[in-house]
Design a protein around this ligand. Structure first.
Ligand SMILES: [Zn+2]
Ligand SMILES: [Zn+2]
Length: 288
């Protein structure tokens, strides 16, 4: 992101965070471990590993194939941006989906454990955007695809794509759920449901972070676009908020949440309760 885009992103995150705090949406949510995980993930991820992953790909490709550097530089900004977003979403969809489906598998459980940190917060609000294991960017294709775009001569499109993905992440993780009211509207309700087959709404992503009624980690894998969820059959449009946010059971040790795979605790199987089972009969306590 450019300095101006970073300022917009940080400003929007701060405004949303302040509004959530003022409306009491963070009250009683956190334990000491949450502050450590949120703080360290934000600091290390945003300052070091997210940009590093993209820079490594751009620099690596430049070293390996210098003759092709800038081979798409003649493309205009809009087609480059569209191609970057659609391609990044495609690869992110499959890696994200694989991370969830790898949960408990013999050889790929590490992929779930890298992603788990983003799901172990028992809440959804703007802080969750940055609660990502710092090493996840090395397997998530967003930095890879944007790094490739930089190598191909599309620095501006790459920066804009990262900016849009992050800004949309703030919208979809915000605790404010404007889409609930729209979805209940007699005229605009069907329109937003149709749009949700293409664009990820807060409702769709909140559902991905929930379990029980109207929740489910095994659907809605898109970040900004839900086209691949629609195409590959994992789209779920909820009617309200999920029964609970986060993962069933106790979270892993905070050091494992931040430093996995470099820190593992033997006894951290606690949150590996299988939440693939159908919705619990609980009531939708947070609806609206
Ligand atoms: Zn996920
Ligand atoms: Zn999320």
């Amino acid at each position: 992101m450019t300095a101006e885009q970073t300022a917009w992103m940080a400003g929007t995150a701060l405004v949303l965070l302040l509004a959530e705090l003022l409306f009491g949406r963070h009250r009683g949510l956190y334990r000491r471990e949450d502050h450590l995980v949120n703080g360290l993930c934000t600091l290390i991820g945003m300052a070091i590993t997210r940009p590093l992953a993209a820079m490594m790909v751009a620099a690596g490709l430049g070293l390996l194939h210098p003759q092709h550097q800038g081979f798409l530089a003649h493309w205009g900004l809009l087609p480059s941006l569209a191609a970057t977003i659609v391609t990044a979403e495609f690869f992110c969809y499959w890696v994200h989906r694989s991370a969830h489906e790898a949960k408990g598998s013999r050889y790929f459980d590490w992929l779930w454990r890298l992603h788990r940190t983003h799901h172990s917060g028992k809440y959804v609000n703007v802080l969750l955007v940055f609660r990502v294991n710092p090493f996840w960017p090395f397997v998530m294709p967003l930095p890879w695809v944007t790094g490739f775009a930089v190598y191909a001569g599309q620095l501006e499109a790459a920066a804009l794509a990262i900016f849009l993905f992050t800004m949309w992440g703030l919208v979809t993780h915000s605790h404010f759920r404007w889409d609930d009211a729209v979805r209940r509207h007699s005229v605009f309700g069907p329109v937003i449901r149709l749009a949700e087959h293409v664009i990820v709404s807060p409702g769709i992503h909140h559902s991905h972070h929930g379990y029980g009624r109207d929740g489910g980690n095994f659907r809605n894998y898109g970040i900004m676009l839900s086209i691949y969820d629609t195409i590959f059959g994992s789209l779920y449009i909820p009617s309200g908020r999920p029964f609970r946010y986060g993962l069933p059971g106790t979270n892993a040790d905070w050091r494992e949440e931040v430093f996995f795979p470099f820190f593992r605790k033997k006894s951290s199987e606690a949150d590996d309760v299988d939440d693939r089972s159908p919705a619990s009969p609980a009531t939708n306590i947070e609806a609206g």
